[in-house]
Design a protein around this ligand. Structure first.
Ligand code: IPM
Ligand code: MN
Length: 338
């Protein structure tokens, strides 16, 4: 008997609902049965009634087989929502609350991009580092004000992320894992990350282990991206590096991401890396390829490996001009080649 998966869909703002809608269509066409429940969350919802995400809704989300997210955020220049409201209150609340401790972002350099022909992935720790929110302010607004923002790195948190990265690297085309950090300056956290990588490495004799400082990694990603197979790094370095990786691979319009709880104590969340692009809403101009790629990662996580490979293959094989085809044309092309 085939299984029906219960998926929570947070279309969100701007083009978010258009790209999640497209991704769902492709998933269903790949033969996977989905029962989707939509959650109205994001900037528009907040502006309407002040709701971001409460604990009860978070607990509901935990129980789904997976969560699909389009994009959240107001239009550029709309300053009605204080910074951090949606980032901390919605996105990070889900990452922390559902213990989505890995942010897995695969990249494939499309023709014409700096990374053309390269395939690599970033495994970003997703619940610690500077994102943990350690720190505070004192005497705010006075000449003597203080602001501290610490970086939390636990043995437990680093090790589980590094283990996930080694498992990915072992089955990658090139079995190589590169730790990216700044061990020459961030000596406390860097030492912990290096030791953990070196320890876990003894269990993966087939994986070549490498280390780059984060500033050097920025140069290599642009000039020599074929050096990378799987990168493992902390939350903030991973955030920054994955935007750069997206840019050299053809733009974040193509970049997929999976916020994963590999232990499955909460639903994992799948989202394109791009934003809400309010300027092109409802014009059939949204490019759903990143959302479809994210859906392929979701299928992989659900254990629908064959469907995942097929969806991934049609995205990979897509070689038309997305601008010419528009959203519906892209979906039609994908469906025809499934
Ligand atoms: C990302 C985003 C988020 C992050 C923001 C929106 C909080 O930039 O998913 O990369 O910093 O992680
Ligand atoms: Mn980011």
């Amino acid at each position: 008997m085939t299984q029906t998966y219960r998926i929570a869909v947070i279309g969100g703002d701007g083009i978010g609902p258009e790209v999640t809608g497209a991704a769902l269509e492709v998933v269903r066409a790949a033969g996977v049965a989905i029962e989707d429940t939509s959650y109205d969350l994001g900037a528009a919802r907040f502006l309407r009634d002040g709701f971001v995400l409460d604990d009860a809704t978070l607990e509901e989300l935990r129980g789904f087989d997976a969560i699909m997210l389009g994009a959240v955020g107001p239009a550029i220049g709309d300053t009605r929502i204080p910074g951090g409201t949606l980032e901390r209150g919605l996105l990070l609340k889900m990452r922390f609350g559902l213990d989505l401790y890995v942010n897995y972002r695969p990249f494939r350099g499309v023709p014409g991009s700096l990374a053309e022909g390269c395939e690599f992935a970033i495994v970003r720790e997703n619940t610690e580092g500077p994102y943990a929110g350690e720190g505070g302010q004192l005497r705010r607004g006075t000449p003597h004000e203080i602001a501290t923002q610490g970086s939390v790195n636990t043995r437990f948190g680093v090790e589980r992320c590094v283990r996930y990265a080694f498992a990915r690297a072992e089955s990658a085309r090139v079995p190589r894992l590169t730790l990216v950090h700044k061990t020459n300056v961030l000596t406390f956290a860097g030492d912990l990350w290096s030791r953990v990588v070196n320890e876990v490495a003894t269990e993966y004799p087939n994986v070549e282990v490498d280390y780059h400082h984060v500033d050097a990694a920025c140069i290599y990603l642009v000039e020599n991206p074929q050096r990378y197979s799987v990168i493992v790094t902390d939350n903030l370095f991973g955030d920054i590096l994955s935007d750069l990786a997206g840019a050299v691979s053809g733009g974040i319009g193509y970049a997929a991401s999976a916020n994963l709880n590999p232990d499955r104590t909460g639903a994992s969340l799948f989202e394109p890396v791009h934003g809400a692009a309010h300027d092109i809403v409802g014009q059939n101009r949204a490019n759903p390829l990143a959302a479809v790629s994210s859906a392929a990662l979701m299928l992989e996580h659900l254990g629908e490996i064959e469907a995942a490979r097929r969806v991934e293959a049609v995205v990979r094989g897509f070689n038309a001009d997305p601008v010419v085809l528009g959203t519906s044309g892209i979906v039609k092309t994908l469906l025809e080649s499934l």
